[in-house]
Design a protein around this ligand. Structure first.
Ligand code: G4P
Length: 524
C-alpha cells in the first residue's frame, strides 16, 4: 500500500473529559469493537480522587500491565486507529497537553447530567490552540440528566463551538428507549448491558408514519417528532466546519451499557481527519513526504519494571519507518540506529516492523532523548507547538545521604527530561530548584528517586511562587543578569528563567525591563 493510502487510513486521537465522565469505560468499549481486547474489565479504571504518589504509581504500573498506557492501536473498518491515553490526574495535566499536540482529533466525553466540567474546558482550550476537530459523546443517558437541547446549548455557550447532533436520545433515565440516528434514519433500541442482548434497530424513512407510535408509544413518538423538527432548523453537520474546529458532531449514549458507542465509532472513523501536516521552525511537513520525520511528545518510565526502561514516544509526521532504520537526532546532531522500536497494541507490545504517519512508536531511551526532540532522515527540522508551562510550586531537594549528590542530580535531570517536573539551575549558587504544577508531582519524584536512583531525598518548600521564561535583546539580558542574577535560573534546555516569590514580584521585575518578554509558557 502506498504512503498516501497508509497515511489516509490512520486516525490518531485522544479522549478529553472530566474525571468520572466515563473515559475509561468508553476506551474499553472502543477497544472491544476494535478487537484489541476480548473481555470487558481488561482496562482498569483510574480513579481521579487518588491523592498519594504510591497510589498514582501503583495505578500507572497496573495499567502498564493491563494496557500499555500511552497509546492503543487497533484496526476498525479498514482504518488504523491510534488512541492516545491522557493521564487522569489533574496534577499531570502538562502531560495531557503534550499528548494533545500529537493527535489529529479528539473525542470529548461528557457526563450527560453535568455537561461541560472544568477539566474538559481546560483541555478544550488546548485543542483550540491547534483547531483540533472534536467529536462529542454525551454519556450516561441511562440516568436522568440535562435535556439534550440544554446540553448542546451548554456546550455552545461554554466552549464557543457549535453543535450538530448526529444521534438523538429517545427518553432518558428510566424512560431511556434508545437513539435516533439522524443521518441513517434508524431507531436503535436500548438494551441494558446486563440483559446481554444486541441492540435491535429499525430503519424508518418516515417519522410521521404510524410505525413510530407502535415502536415508542405516542408520548415518546410525539416528542421525537418535535425534537427532530427543531433539529432540522439547526445547522446540519458540516465536515469542513468540524475539521476547522468550529463545529462538534454530538452523539448520545451510555458507555457502560455499550450503547451508542458503535454508532459513534462508525462515524468517527469516517469523519475524523487522517494525519495532518505539522509545523516546524522552518516549514510545514506534509504526511505524504517520503522522508521520515517525527517528534517526541512523551517519555514514560518503568513500563517494564524488570528493565528500568524509559520509553520515548515518537509521533510519525511523515514518511515510513522500517525496522533497523537509522534516524537523525536533530538536537544532538547525530545519527542513531533504531533496532527495536515498539508498537503498542492494547495489551501487547511488539517490535515495530513498519510504521506510517499518524502512528506512534516507542524508542528505548537510555538518556539523550527529551520531550520535544525531532527525528528525521537527515534534515535539520524542529517541530514546534509542544508546550511547557511555567511551574507554580517550587521545592528544593534535600539529600538524606550526602554521598549521593551525583545520583541526585542525574535523577533530577532525567526525570525533568521526561517532563515529570522541571529542574532549574541557579545562575548564582548551587541550589537546584524543582518546579511543578501539582504537589503530587514532588511525591512521585521522591518515590522514583528512591526506587530508580537509590537516592533518598525530601523536598523542602521554598518561598518562590512564580516563574517566567525570559527572552529579548542580549544587552538587556546582560543587564538583567547583573541586576537580578539571584533570581535567574536556566531550565534543562538552557532557557533563561526568572523565578520570584510571587506573580507580583515577577511583574515588578518585568516592569523594569519593558524590552524583554516574560513568558508563562514556551514551546520546547
Ligand atoms: P473516567 O475514566 O472518565 O474517570 O470514568 P470511568 O469510565 O471510570 O467512569 C466513571 C464512573 O461512571 C464509573 O462508575 C462507571 O461505571 C460509570 N459510568 C460510565 N459510563 C456510564 C454510563 O453510561 N452510565 C452510568 N450509569 N454510569 C456510567 P463507578 O461506580 O465510579 O465505578 P465502577 O465500580 O462502575 O467501575
Amino acid at each position: 500500500m502506498s504512503l498516501a493510502s497508509q497515511a489516509g487510513r490512520r486516525r490518531t486521537f485522544a479522549i478529553i473529559s472530566h474525571p468520572d465522565a466515563g473515559k475509561t469505560t468508553i476506551t474499553e468499549k472502543l477497544l472491544l469493537f476494535g478487537g484489541a481486547i476480548q473481555m470487558a474489565g481488561a482496562v482498569r479504571a483510574k480513579r481521579a480522587g487518588r491523592h498519594t504518589a504510591s497510589d498514582f504509581l501503583k495505578v500507572e504500573q497496573e495499567r502498564g500491565i493491563s494496557v500499555s498506557t500511552a497509546v492503543m492501536t487497533f484496526e476498525y473498518a479498514d482504518r488504523v486507529v491510534n488512541l492516545l491515553d491522557t493521564p487522569g490526574h489533574e496534577d499531570f495535566s502538562e502531560d495531557t497537553y503534550r499528548v494533545l499536540t500529537a493527535v489529529d482529533s479528539a473525542l470529548m466525553v461528557l457526563d450527560n447530567a453535568k455537561g461541560v466540567e472544568e477539566r474538559t474546558r481546560a483541555l478544550m482550550d488546548v485543542c483550540r490552540l491547534r483547531d483540533t476537530p472534536v467529536v462529542t459523546f454525551s454519556n450516561k443517558l441511562d440516568r436522568e440528566g440535562l435535556d439534550p437541547f440544554e446540553l448542546m446549548e451548554h456546550v455552545e455557550r461554554n466552549l464557543n463551538i457549535s453543535c450538530a447532533p448526529m444521534t438523538w436520545p429517545i427518553g432518558m433515565g428510566k424512560d431511556f428507549e434508545g437513539v435516533y440516528d439522524i443521518y441513517s434514519r434508524r431507531v436503535i433500541f436500548y438494551e441494558p448491558a446486563s440483559r446481554g442482548r444486541k441492540n435491535p434497530q429499525v430503519v424508518l424513512d418516515d417519522l410521521d408514519g404510524e410505525a413510530l407510535e407502535q415502536l415508542l408509544g405516542s408520548r415518546l413518538a410525539d416528542k421525537l417528532r418535535e425534537d427532530i423538527e427543531l433539529i432540522d432548523a439547526l445547522d446540519p453537520f458540516d465536515l469542513e466546519a468540524f475539521r476547522a474546529g468550529m463545529q462538534t458532531p454530538v452523539f448520545f449514549g451510555s458507555a457502560m451499557n455499550n450503547f451508542g458507542v458503535k454508532e459513534l465509532l462508525d462515524r468517527f472513523v469516517e469523519i475524523a481527519p487522517s494525519p495532518l501536516g505539522r509545523q516546524t521552525l522552518t516549514r510545514e511537513v506534509k504526511p505524504t513526504e517520503e522522508a521520515l520525520t517525527g517528534f517526541i511528545f512523551k517519555i514514560q518510565a518503568n513500563l517494564d519494571k524488570a528493565h528500568h526502561d524509559r520509553m520515548a514516544f515518537l509521533r510519525i509526521t511523515s514518511g515510513q519507518y522500517q525496522r533497523k532504520m537509522k534516524l537523525f537526532h536533530v538536537r544532538e546532531g547525530r545519527s542513531v540506529a533504531i533496532n527495536n522500536a515498539t508498537t503498542f497494541l492494547a495489551q501487547d507490545r511488539v517490535v515495530t516492523e513498519e510504521a506510517w504517519p499518524g502512528d506512534i512508536i516507542g524508542l528505548h531511551n537510555h538518556g539523550g532523548i527529551r520531550i520535544g526532540d525531532t527525528f528525521t532522515e537527515g534534515e535539520a527540522l524542529k517541530f514546534t507547538g509542544i508546550p511547557a508551562f511555567a511551574p507554580e510550586l517550587f521545592r528544593r531537594a534535600i539529600l538524606l545521604d550526602p554521598l549521593k549528590a551525583k545520583s541526585l542530580v542525574k535523577g533530577l535531570e532525567q526525570l525533568s527530561e521526561e517532563g515529570a517536573a522541571q529542574l532549574f539551575r541557579p545562575l548564582e549558587g548551587s541550589d537546584y530548584v524543582l518546579g511543578a504544577l501539582g504537589a503530587l508531582q514532588f511525591d512521585v519524584i521522591a518515590s522514583r528517586l528512591e526506587s530508580e536512583y537509590r537516592v533518598k531525598a525530601r523536598f523542602e518548600a521554598l518561598t518562590l511562587g512564580a516563574a517566567r521564561w525570559v527572552r529579548g535583546p542580549e544587552e538587556i539580558l546582560t543587564r538583567l543578569r547583573r541586576e537580578n542574577g539571584h533570581r535567574l535560573y536556566t531550565d534543562i534546555a538552557g532557557n533563561l528563567t526568572l523565578i520570584a516569590q510571587s506573580a507580583w514580584a515577577v511583574n515588578y521585575v518585568q516592569e523594569q525591563y519593558p524590552e524583554l518578554e516574560f513568558l508563562a509558557n514556551v514551546e520546547i
